[in-house]
Design a protein around this ligand. Structure first.
Ligand code: KG4
Ligand code: ZN
Length: 332
């Protein structure tokens, strides 16, 4: 079964062709550069850029895969959550192709796509597992009992982990997106130079909070202006470490509580090398296995959407042409 995946929920216009839910024949991603000068995504600009990019990107994905629309067995598209103007560009395009070519349409939850990136990278992976899903808009701990059955154990009370990276990078004058910028700047930094706090949350065993950390970083920078240049690596390393500590602690707690032997990382922040390393090291000490996709499948892409779409289409589950975009769609 050949699935064309389309993803346009935020600022990446992406299309991919995936065969049999595993074999990635093409995975084309256009990252919109128009947002860089604003230090964050501008929704109206994102929607306009998607409109401009979506058809050439789909054509490129088909060409690279050596296939045509006639040979496609289904079209999977992100239905939410995300920016509504951005989502609708992908959805309308997918619906138009589905109608014109009489092909099945499958609306996919964006976060389920992120989880499915792991099945593309590790075909042997089986539920149950704890998934730490960390991106620019989400920081969630999810118990995946079986494919398609998700229980959200905890989430962020304020900023998402990626958002915290992006905001602190902006304070430091580092380019957007902030996660990769901070990771790069933190290389060779001393994680003990500044000890940023990890929030303790009352009545939220699996919840996260990153706004206090963001404020702590802001206060530190205000009081130590002279260090921003000379100690940039150390400040970035300390900040990154605080996020990694919060994420690893809660994930391991959930794995212990629910007695799962596998931990899965997903979302843009899962491409962070320090997070991968620390999670693997700590999990290894408890004989737990850690899975994560390669970086290109961590950040937004359409192969993950095609992977999830395949899973549904195989079960005969599909959407009709009334499919709409849902900006705040829940996973559970
Ligand atoms: O999953 P994603 O591409 O888009 C959303 O669905 O949000 O995630 C983007 C987020 C951004 O906040 C970005 O700063 C963060 O993931 N990110 C990282 C890294 N690469 C991307 N954060 C930390 N370290 C990285 N290497
Ligand atoms: Zn995402």
């Amino acid at each position: 079964m050949v699935i064309l995946g389309i993803e346009s929920s935020c600022d990446e216009t992406a299309a991919a062709v995936v065969v049999a839910g595993q074999d990635i024949r093409s995975n084309i991603i256009a990252s919109q550069s128009e947002h860089i000068r604003y230090g964050g995504v501008v929704p109206e600009l994102a929607a306009r850029a998607h409109t401009r990019l979506i058809l050439p990107i789909i054509q490129e994905a088909l060409d690279k895969a050596g296939t045509t629309l006639d040979q496609i067995d289904g079209i999977a598209v992100t239905k939410g959550p995300g920016l509504i103007g951005s989502l609708l560009v992908g959805i309308s395009t997918a619906k138009a192709i589905a109608m014109a070519r009489n092909k099945p349409l499958i609306g996919v939850h964006h976060l389920e796509g992120h989880i499915f990136a792991n099945f593309l990278a590790h075909p042997e992976l089986q539920p149950p597992f704890i998934c730490l899903l960390v991106s620019g808009g989400h920081s969630e701990l999810i118990l995946v009992r079986e494919l398609g059955k998700y229980q959200i154990l905890g989430r962020t009370r304020d900023d998402a982990a990626g958002e915290a990276f992006d905001k602190v990078a902006k304070m430091l004058g580092l380019p957007y997106p902030g996660g990769p910028s901070i990771e790069k700047a933190a290389k060779n930094g001393d994680v003990n130079f500044v000890k940023f706090p990890v929030a303790r949350i009352k009545n939220g065993r699996y919840d996260f909070s990153f706004s206090g950390l963001k404020t702590a970083a802001l206060n530190y920078l205000r009081n130590h202006k002279e260090e921003v240049d000379s100690r940039l690596a150390d400040i970035c390393a300390g900040f990154q470490e605080a996020i990694v500590r919060a994420l690893t602690e809660k994930t391991l707690l959930a794995a212990r509580d629910f007695d799962t032997v596998r931990i899965v990382l997903a979302g843009g922040v899962a491409s962070n090398q320090r997070l991968r390393k620390q999670m693997s090291r700590l999990a290894d000490a408890e004989s737990l296995q850690v899975y994560y996709p390669p970086p290109v499948l961590c950040t937004d892409n359409a192969a993950m959407i095609a992977g999830a779409g395949y899973h549904y289409l195989r079960q005969g589950i599909r959407s009709d042409l009334k499919l709409n975009g849902y900006p705040s769609l829940r996973l559970d």
